[in-house]
Design a binder for this molecule. Structure first.
Ligand code: HEM
Length: 419
């Protein structure tokens, strides 16, 4: 009892910023443990990682999200008091709203829109000289997301709106200007979409049933009340913003193709399986979500370790997807590993673990995987481009991770014009 390894430094908030994605995993390796105690943001915290830890973390009888998500994250990344902070029946009801948007039919519609936007974007890039793939792919994803979600696009503002979506994500692991920019982006975006929700409710604008805009505007909570118009806007952003964030995975896919060119042939030769493995390995290998936080509901003991009521617990997402106990040659990019993957909900957890319907696991994981498959198809078969010399290294201390150059490509052409 009480054998939990412990760090004796007074507070590790600065170390967290420095070590970034490796903060928990580094200490887990050094202490050879799946669990340790530390202090973060002036309070005691328990850090856990690995498959058993993920399973524990998603036990909703033991952990809650209420009070666990710092206000600075809510004011930049998530929006205040939105789905990420909810628990129990209210959370499940809100989650059903999100999951109802993810039917196979609706996902197929998204993929068609996305493919159209990729084609249009390649048209814009042809003859354009240098193209910054990160910003451009965020824009094309934003265009597809808005069309899918029933949100009107104006050509004059589309790029700024897309950049604002991206800025909210850029804010999460930052202090200083990058964080402040994310907060400003959130305020602008909430104001824009709250106005749009009010227009929808007043009948001044129409959105098709089945779109996220319609769903958020007319959803009723468990007390049969409409969402507050600001909250409806926040939840609509919780659809559009993470779709735009797939732009990061587009860049990671492009880096993987650049650094492992041998896969281009394998992908061309085998359309189905390889593509899926490549996408899964990109999600496993590249750093996106570093960790997740929750708080202990009541005292309990797990494997002899005591968890006290109210304690902040962090699940090591990045470390779990790189854990040598779970992944053979964990630090190698090896899509073939997915040939033998068992499909556990608790080891491949870049977008959270467990069951998305009952817990907090990402509502958009299927959409993300589909969108990455479409994007991979464009990056491999539908377009050609050159990659000039640039620094593509991903620093684990920059959260969220992004190469300094944001991936510049040149000489873009549609693949058909290659021949
Ligand atoms: C939740 C990652 C894309 C919608 C989450 C969580 C993670 C995550 C780690 C939290 C899981 C937890 O708290 O236990 C990602 C990553 C994405 C992505 C890396 C890639 C870009 C998407 C997309 C959508 C989406 C495309 C919607 C179209 C959501 C929602 C939640 C969520 C609504 C809150 C779920 C809840 O609290 O119940 N995501 N996500 N995400 N994600 Fe994603």
């Amino acid at each position: 009892q009480g054998q939990t390894p412990q760090e004796h430094t007074p507070d590790n908030s600065l170390a967290l910023l420095k070590d970034g994605y490796d903060f928990i995993f580094k200490r887990r390796r050094e202490m050879e443990t799946e669990i340790f105690r530390t202090r973060l943001l002036g309070q005691p915290a328990i850090c856990i990682g690995g498959k058993d830890a993920a399973e524990l973390f998603y036990d909703t009888s033991k952990f809650q999200r209420s009070g666990a998500i710092p206000k600075r994250i809510q004011k930049s990344l998530f929006g205040e008091n939105a789905i990420q902070t909810m628990d129990g029946d209210a959370h499940r009801h809100r989650k059903m709203l999100f999951m109802s948007l993810m039917s196979r039919e609706r996902l197929d519609v998204f993929m068609q829109l996305l493919a159209q936007e990729w084609e249009a974007a390649i048209g814009r890039w042809e003859g354009a000289g240098e193209v910054e793939l990160f910003g451009e792919s965020q824009e094309l994803l934003h265009r597809a997301a808005c069309r899918w979600a029933g949100v009107p696009i104006e050509e004059e503002t589309v790029r700024n709106r897309a950049d604002d979506m991206g800025a909210m994500v850029e804010a999460f692991g930052a202090v200083g200007p990058r964080h402040a920019a994310g907060r400003r982006a959130r305020r602008r975006t909430e104001e824009w979409l709250e106005g749009f929700i009010l227009d929808l409710r007043a009948g001044e604008f129409k959105a098709d049933e089945g779109t996220a805009a319609y769903a958020m505007a007319f959803h009723r909570d468990l007390q049969d009340r409409e969402l507050d118009s600001r909250m409806a806007a926040i939840e609509l952003i919780n659809i559009v913003r993470p779709i735009v964030a797939i732009g990061r995975y587009v860049v990671f896919t492009a880096i993987a193709l650049h650094e492992h060119p041998e896969y281009r042939e394998k992908l061309a030769a085998d359309e189905g399986k390889y593509r899926q493995w490549f996408v899964q390995e990109t999600r496993r290998y590249y750093p996106f979500t570093p960790f997740l936080g929750a708080s202990v509901i009541h005292d309990f003991t797990w494997k002899g370790h005591e968890f006290e009521e109210g304690t902040m617990v962090l699940l090591d997402v990045y470390g779990t997807t790189h854990d040598p106990a779970l992944w053979d040659e964990a630090d190698k990019f090896k899509p073939e590993r997915f040939e033998n993957w068992g499909g556990s909900p608790f080891d491949l957890i870049p977008q959270g673990g467990g069951d998305p319907n009952s817990g907090h696991r990402c509502a958009g994981e299927w959409l993300t995987i589909d969108a990455m498959r479409v994007s991979l198809e464009f990056l491999t078969n539908r377009m050609a481009y050159d990659v000039p010399e640039q620094d593509l290294e991903l620093s684990l201390s920059r959260m969220p991770a992004l190469p300094e150059s944001r991936f510049v490509i040149t000489n873009v052409r549609l693949a058909s014009s290659e021949a």
